[in-house]
Structure formats: C-alpha cells, structure tokens
Design a protein around this ligand. Structure first.
Ligand SMILES: [Fe+2]
Length: 381
C-alpha cells in the first residue's frame, strides 16, 4: 500500500521497549526481504510458538493443467458451492506466477489460513463476510476487492451467498506505478483515492490462550500448525504493508471522446499481469463513436474477464459469473451485430473484472469441466 498506518500501542522507538514489565515481541512483516514494503507488529506472546506441525497434500487433480489454444467461456455460474474458504477454492487458470479461480464456500471453519507463496486479491461478486487478521478485522461486501498480503495469518467467515473471484500472485501486487507521484501519493487523475481504502478495525484480543490450527499453503501442500496462543495477539502495529478492502463503487472510471483501452481501467499490477475493472460509466462522446471494443490482437497477452453484473454488450451468451479467456495468437473482438447494436448507446451499467496475463494461462481440470464448447463458434453464428 502507499501510505502509513498506525493502530493500537507501539513503542516510542522501533526495536526498543518502553517498559521492562511488558516487553512487546516485535515482528518485522515485510516483502522483498528487508527492502520492500513492511509493517512492524507488536505481539503480546511469542509469534514463533508452535506446539506441533504436520503436512497434508492437497487432493490429487488440483494440478492437472492443460495448455490452451482456444478462446474460452468458462461457466462460473455452474460451479456448485463446496468446502470452506481454505479447501473450497477452485483454481481455473494458472501460470507460473498466477492463479485465477472461484470460491463458493458451502460452510465455515474455525481453522486459520496463511498463504506462503501468493499475495491474494479477492473480488466479492456476491455476499458479505468478515476477515480477522493480526492487523484487525475487515468486513467485506459485494463489489469489494479484498487484498491480503502473502504471509498474513487470517480467518475468513463467509456469508451464505458468497461467490468470490480470486487472483493469487507469486509476485507482489501493488498499485500501478503511474498512479503514484514521486512522494508516493496517489496522483490527481487516478480512478481512486487513498481515502477509499478501508483499513482493518483494530482492538486488542482479550483471551490469548486456546487451540488454534493454521493451514499454511505452499501451492499443492499445506503445513498445519497447532498453536496454543492466538496469532491475533497484537498490542499494535504500524507500517505500509497490511490487508485492506476497496469497493469498485468508489472508483471513478476514466472516459473520453473515443473508446478508452483497458489500461485506463487498471486497479492493481504486478510484473507479469494487471487487474482492472470495467465499471458503470458514460460512453465516448464523439458523434460517430463506436462505444464498444474494436477487434484486437494482444500478441503477447492472455486476456481474462469475469462478468459480474450489468449488460455485457459486446458478448452474446454471457451471464453473471461467466469468465472469458481470449488468448494470444488469435484475434478477438465483438460478436456479429454487437457493433451495430452498440452505436448510439450512451452509457453502460456493466461490472467486470479483467486480468491481463503476460505469461500464457493453462486450464485446470475444473476449468475444462466448466468450459462452454461452442464459444469459438460464437463469432460466426
Ligand atoms: Fe479483449
């Protein structure tokens, strides 16, 4: 994140104590070794205290990946609820840096989770719930992006109707560099503002003792920690690295006289992909503008779209929770009649999340199960 936050009690100086009677246990929580963004967490118990640890492999089949040579329509709406926020995640598209999938949890669990390898972005398509972290509690709702930095121990309590898209990244996810001035502040003209980010509500946990199980995910394997103190034991914390939410309703889409390309809709980026949101907005105001996308060949990009709500004008046969994947090597664009139908339209109410991946995405077995086999022919019928 791009600004400093301080919550609860922290010592006057870093790496010191204020009182011999209550020495807090300081943890530096940082990315990119000691050079990236970080926070200082002040525990009331030793954060290294683990009573026992064991391993568990994820179910077979989770990594049955297929190289993809076609444009795809993956029917997310056919995915049935299953599992909990840890084991109910269904990976759909994967490359060496990225996992895109859906979570429709069937029930809650008391177990905690920590992702060892991946920064996590959840987009809340439907539902609402609560995430408890050492930094405090976040409540999420429809339209939120929920960001959780890798290495964060947390618990997610899902609502009954939760349907969540997730994008997990081995690379650090951050705000696009071009949105930041040299002082680290979001520039005027960026589609969102620092005030729009929701920071965890912090309060000290009263009861520290108990039985706590933490699933630490290492890609296809969990290490399972048993603890006798809560990991949510902080007296306070400060720094730049922490979970947050931001709702797409608060974003101000950039519009223009002519059709605006996807980079203006960018929200987050990493070295090998970007995440953007197509949001309700006025269309282009040239008198002869064509307000939907032209045909395009992104010759070194696989383009993923998750359709959340509204009217998706450039695509037929698409419903909420549809996902399309338009790949490099093949041209794509509006389906027959879409350009003619779009002319004269003044605005759109669509909400869709885009991921542009610079390394080819492979299909998981779940994606193949949800695949619409007629999609490639949708440009000729
Ligand atoms: Fe496209």
């Amino acid at each position: 994140m791009v600004y400093y936050v301080r919550k609860g009690k922290v010592p006057e100086f870093r790496h010191t104590y204020d009182s011999r009677d209550s020495i807090l246990k300081e943890e530096l929580f940082g990315e990119e070794s000691f050079d990236g963004p970080y926070s200082l967490l002040y525990h009331r118990t030793e954060p290294t205290r683990v009573v026992s640890i064991g391993g568990e492999r994820k179910p077979e089949g989770a990594m049955g990946l297929t190289e993809n040579r076609l444009h795809r329509h993956i029917k997310g709406f056919d995915l049935k609820p299953s599992g909990n926020y840890i084991n109910g995640r269904v990976d759909l598209l994967v490359n060496s840096k990225l996992k895109i999938g859906m979570l429709k949890p069937e029930h809650n669990t008391g177990n905690l989770f920590r992702n060892a390898y991946y920064d996590e972005i959840f987009f809340i398509h439907e539902g609402s719930g609560k995430v408890t972290t050492p930094f405090g509690t976040l409540h999420y709702r429809k339209g939120d992006y929920l960001y959780i930095p890798k290495g964060t121990t947390y618990h997610m309590e899902n609502g009954k109707k939760d349907a969540i898209l997730y994008v997990l990244s081995r690379e650090r996810i951050s705000l696009p560099k071009r949105y930041l001035n040299v002082y680290g502040q979001l520039k005027e003209g960026t589609p969102f503002y620092s005030r729009d980010f929701v920071i965890p509500e912090f309060s000290e946990t009263e009861k520290l003792d108990g039985d706590f199980t933490v699933y630490v995910e290492y890609d296809n394997e969990y290490m399972i920690e048993k603890r006798d103190r809560t990991p949510f034991d902080l007296a306070g914390w400060d720094g730049y690295l922490y979970p947050f939410t931001i709702n797409v309703e608060k974003m101000a889409p950039i519009v223009g006289k002519l059709h605006q390309p996807p980079p203006v809709h960018e929200n987050f980026s990493a070295q090998s992909f970007m995440i953007g949101a197509f949001l309700p907005r006025k269309f282009d105001f040239h008198p002869r503008s064509i307000p939907i996308s032209y045909y395009h060949s992104n010759v070194d990009t696989d383009e993923f779209l998750f359709y959340s709500s509204g009217n998706f004008m450039s695509r037929k046969g698409i419903s909420p929770e549809s996902m399309t994947l338009h790949i490099r090597g093949l041209i794509h664009g509006p389906q027959p009649g879409a350009v003619e139908n779009a002319i004269g339209k003044e605005s759109t109410d669509e909400v869709a999340i885009m991921v542009e991946a610079y390394e080819p995405l492979k299909l998981t077995s779940a994606a193949i199960r949800l695949d619409d086999p007629g999609y490639m022919k949708s440009w000729v019928s």
